[in-house]
Design a binder for this molecule. Sequence first.
Ligand SMILES: [Zn+2]
Length: 152
Amino acid sequence: MSMPCEERVRVSIHLSRKLYDEMISHSRHSLPNEACGILIQEASFSSTHELHIHTFIPLPNHAAHPTQQFVIHPIDMIPYLTDQRRTIVGIFHSHPTAVSTPSAEDLATLWHTIPTHWILSLQHEDKPDLQVYSLKKTTTTAYHKLSFVIGQ
Ligand SMILES: [Zn+2]
């Protein structure tokens, strides 16, 4: 891979097994549609080196063609955007039949200022594939693959 990357992302990302299972379960229940949601970190845990996902909030997919796209309505985000104790640190969605790589439409997101973008592929039913990216808006939006650890 020879994608230029001027800013190495050094933040380590932690996700509990419970939340990982919640993402898979919500995505399976949403089939054949794409599932979506947000990931929350308690503001008191704020650190430049570590990102801890504390809560997964499933949100309705408002897309016109929900089997192929997802749209999170800003109104559904407001309670979390205005909560001082909790920060939205991730946007989550599933790809029912595609790989877990951001689509062109995913890169056109309104939510590129949110630090992590999680995509769960259910392409192989018994082998869900969760990946996490940071998006960077330039003239076009680029993506950069991050890594995460599943713990307790
Ligand atoms: Zn997508």
